[in-house]
Design a protein around this ligand. Structure first.
Ligand SMILES: Cc1ncc(COP(=O)(O)O)c(C=O)c1O
Length: 418
């Protein structure tokens, strides 16, 4: 480039893990090249859910002036009043949370919400740069390049619990978590992308307490969580408190194309998000809000999540785990993170002779897209031994693709390590 780039231009305009993941995903989903897509987090096309969108589409078409209102008007930067009210009322009814429309802001996809939120808060002014604390690592690739330098992330290595011969689980190492003055916010995804871990209610309570004690927000990324899309297979409760900023999304319900994220937060934060929305993009897309507002009001969205979406993914997770155990050579050491939610399996090959990035490249050559695990480790004081030894695999797409992708991956592992 012949022009000098600013920090913003350098950081956000550079190559990044999330860009490479989304490019792979977009290419695979557009059908322009044939891949077994075990890469990015595109949700599944679930026929019973797609039927609901079609019905809502027909209702919208049949309502006088509704199409014109959706397509022809800018929304307010906070979101459509009808949607904000439906969202707040349904959360208040269901969980007794003390929320009203003043606690809800819509954003153009929850990814944008994190750009705003991760840059919005400052630590105590003690001369050092603010940092966002990730209590659990590995953590979502999508935050990694969002915090503008010199701000950054800080984290601690996870406790690794070995389970049986081929499973494991990460835990937050609370003893090593330190809320030093420069920490501006705590951020976690629940379920965790990439691992499929779901922080327990007790872990969430402890994080909430820590945030409250230090007067900083706990930002909870609920892209896969309850109450929707509810891709959680363990027994947990959604939680919100005055210390918490909960970020929801319509994407994993099956509406990623509408780019709708939802922030549930204290009113002052909502007001700031509204202003940032106006500055950055004037207003939000309103189609996702229009499709789902009546489904929130009737509770159908919650019922569909519990009765259709969650069982759909749980079955797929079990099937993918069974294929991995079937295809991976018994003599090769491998461990899969326990699958408690989200769309992913996280596989650790402790003796992988090449880096996970090299394994990704080899698999791509063979028509299988996965995500190299190295992108998900950041903010740690030193390189983690899992950093180059793990891959993330999505099981959301068609069963035949998932099985074929796993079989090819297992063959590659055999040829590398057999
Ligand atoms: C953990 C997590 N958070 C946030 C997002 C952003 O999703 P969206 O912007 O589609 O709401 C994703 C997308 O895959 C995700 O996996």
């Amino acid at each position: 480039m012949k022009w000098n780039l600013s920090t913003f231009g350098r950081q956000l305009g550079a190559d990044s893990g999330i860009d490479s993941l989304m490019q792979d995903l977009g290419t695979a989903m557009s059908g322009s090249q044939s891949f077994h897509m075990l890469g990015g987090g595109n949700p599944a096309h679930i026929p019973a859910i797609e039927q609901v969108w079609r019905e809502r589409w027909r209702e919208i078409m049949a309502s006088p002036r509704e199409v014109e209102r959706i397509l022809g008007n800018y929304d307010t930067p906070q979101g459509s009043p009808a949607f904000l009210e439906a969202m707040a009322d349904s959360l208040a009814d269901r969980y007794g949370w003390p929320v009203s429309s003043d606690n809800i802001a819509v954003v153009n996809g929850s990814q944008s919400a994190f750009l705003y939120l991760l840059n919005m808060f400052d630590g105590k002014k003690d001369g050092t740069s603010s940092r966002v604390l990730l209590p659990l690592n590995p953590e979502y690739i999508g935050y990694a390049d969002q915090v503008l330098a010199p701000r950054a992330f800080t984290s601690v290595p996870p406790i690794v619990e070995l389970i049986g011969d081929h499973r494991f689980k990460y835990h937050i190492d609370f003893d090593r978590l330190q809320i030093t003055p420069e920490i501006a916010a705590i951020c976690v995804s629940r379920p965790t992308n990439p691992t499929g871990n779901v922080l327990t209610d007790e872990e969430m309570r402890r994080l909430d307490e820590l945030a409250g004690l230090h007067g900083i927000p706990l930002i909870v990324d609920n892209a896969y969580g309850a109450p929707f899309p509810d891709i959680i297979f363990s027994e947990t409760q959604p939680m919100w408190s005055e210390n918490t900023i909960l970020v929801l999304s319509l994407s994993k319900l099956g509406l990623p194309g509408t780019r709708t994220g939802i922030v549930v937060a204290p009113p002052e934060v909502v007001k700031s998000i509204q202003s940032i929305n106006a500055v950055c993009g004037l207003a939000n897309g309103n189609l996702g809000q229009a499709i789902t507002a009546p489904l929130l009001r009737s509770g159908a969205l919650y019922d569909l999540s519990r009765d259709v979406i969650r069982p759909f993914y749980e079955t797929k997770s079990k099937q993918a785990l069974a294929w991995l155990d079937q295809y991976l050579p018994a003599e090769v050491p491998y461990r899969i993170h326990v699958s408690e939610g989200a769309l992913f399996l996280w596989i650790w090959f402790p003796e992988l002779p090449v880096s996970s990035a090299e394994l990704y490249a080899r698999l791509k050559q063979r028509g299988v897209l996965v995500v190299s695990g190295h992108y998900f480790f950041y903010g740690l004081p030193e390189r983690h031994e899992h950093q180059d030894r793990c891959i993330r695999l999505s099981y959301a797409q068609a069963a035949e693709d998932v099985e074929a992708g796993i079989a090819i991956m297992a063959e590659e592992i055999r040829s590398l390590m057999g």
